[in-house]
Write a protein that binds this ligand. Structure first.
Ligand code: PLP
Length: 384
């Protein structure tokens, strides 16, 4: 097997374009601390997303962006009528480690809500019965480029006076009826990690409704320093450096082309795998412009005659790396042993045991898609 196909491949500009972008840094020697590249990327991103420049701020990665927004919104600091801290956050276990870890690392308690079987996002109809007098926020996750039911979630949050923070790591450049995913909830966190649709090598951003947050987030990500000789908060360090910002400036220029190429890959997959017995494809949502971040399939063993793991192994034998993503549920991680009950989110549990994301990136060849589909089809047909 000479050829190997990885599950993802980071987008990069031509080397000359990047060199041109970083050249002036050898004159300025300004390498980090909200320099010119940081400012420009922030402004380019605001334009791209169609939001004000005072409603976005950049971070060193998505995870610390999420932790900072939790701190900046002071979640868990408020007391309820019984004098208890309101420290419960309703969220989903069908996510990456980051979401759950951010909640726990900030001293809050995740309360897991089940997901929908068709688009894998939190089931908004199941949120209300999880709300208690200790709930302070809802932290849903947009999954694979699908958006949560943002309208229903906001309605519930308004009714109960809760904050909404989206983990939008999978949803950069995704829109609903022309409105960017940056605009939903009190805040949305983006990850610009190398494996995401848009990358700054490592990086992230928070977009928010209330522009007052910009100042506060900028302080939180810089040790809580508020003036030359004043430090009012116990902040951390989560600033994006100039090399990362320069990478983002370059990658953003090509993003629409990259997404168009991803769409072509997704359509090729759908052509071959659509209607294949026992293989459920992602349900693209009405009115939502996807970024085609991932291409998940859900394998129903009874109908397909083979399991997700069979397909995973058959692909691996051909040098093709798929990913069991998200698997396992964050609520079943060793570090949370004995704390949560995955049986309370049965759909999330079932999907996590059956889902496989196939290789997906802009430059994935359509001939490679054919080879990948050949393996999947063979697995299903042979075992029936
Ligand atoms: C990638 C990702 C994160 C974390 O982002 P980093 O930039 O890697 O810190 C958080 N949540 C989800 C759902 C992700 O996919």
């Amino acid at each position: 097997m000479e050829k190997r196909i990885l599950v993802t491949r980071s987008s990069m500009p031509e080397i000359d374009e990047y060199v041109e972008e970083i050249r002036e840094m050898w004159d300025t020697h300004w390498l980090t601390n909200m320099g010119p590249k940081h400012k420009q990327l922030e402004s380019d991103l605001a334009d791209y997303l169609g939001i004000d420049k005072d409603k976005i701020t950049l971070f060193v990665n998505g995870h610390l962006a999420l932790e900072c927004i939790i701190e900046a919104l002071e979640l868990g600091k408020e007391l309820n009528a019984e004098g208890e801290y309101k420290d419960e956050v309703i969220t989903t276990p069908f996510t990456f480690a980051s979401t759950t870890h951010a909640i726990v690392r900030k001293g809050l308690k995740p309360v897991f809500c089940d997901i929908k079987a068709d688009d894998f996002t939190i089931d908004a109809d199941k949120i209300e019965k999880l709300i208690t007098d200790r709930t302070c926020a809802i932290l849903p996750v947009h999954v694979y480029g699908n958006l949560c039911d943002v309208d229903k979630i906001q309605e519930i949050a308004d009714k109960h006076g809760l904050r909404v923070i989206y983990d939008a790591a999978h949803a950069f450049a995704v829109e609903k009826n022309g409105v960017s995913s940056a605009c939903f909830g009190d805040a949305a966190m983006y990850s610009f990690h190398a494996t995401k649709v848009f990358n700054t090598i490592e990086g992230g951003a928070v977009c928010f409704k209330d522009s007052v947050l910009k100042i506060r987030l900028n302080q939180w990500k810089n040790f809580g320093i508020t003036g030359l000789e004043t430090t009012e908060f116990i902040g951390g360090n989560a600033k994006m450096n100039e090399f990362a910002a320069a990478m983002g400036i370059c990658n953003l220029r090509h993003l629409d082309d990259e997404i168009a190429k991803r769409e072509r890959v997704a359509k090729a997959y759908m052509e071959r795998l659509g209607g294949l017995k026992g293989i459920q494809l992602n349900a693209f949502q009405e009115g939502v412009k996807s970024n085609y971040a991932y291409f998940p399939i859900v394998v129903d063993e009874t109908a397909a005659g083979c399991t997700r793991d069979d397909i995973y192994t058959a692909l691996a034998e051909q040098g093709i790396r798929a990913r069991k993503y998200f698997y396992p549920l964050t609520s079943t991680y060793q570090c949370y042993a004995g704390k949560f009950d995955a049986d309370k989110t049965p759909i999330a549990l079932k999907i996590s045991e059956r889902v496989l994301t196939l290789p997906m990136y802009a430059d994935l060849g359509l001939d490679d898609v054919e080879s990948i589909c050949d393996v999947v089809v063979k697995c299903v047909k042979e075992n029936r």
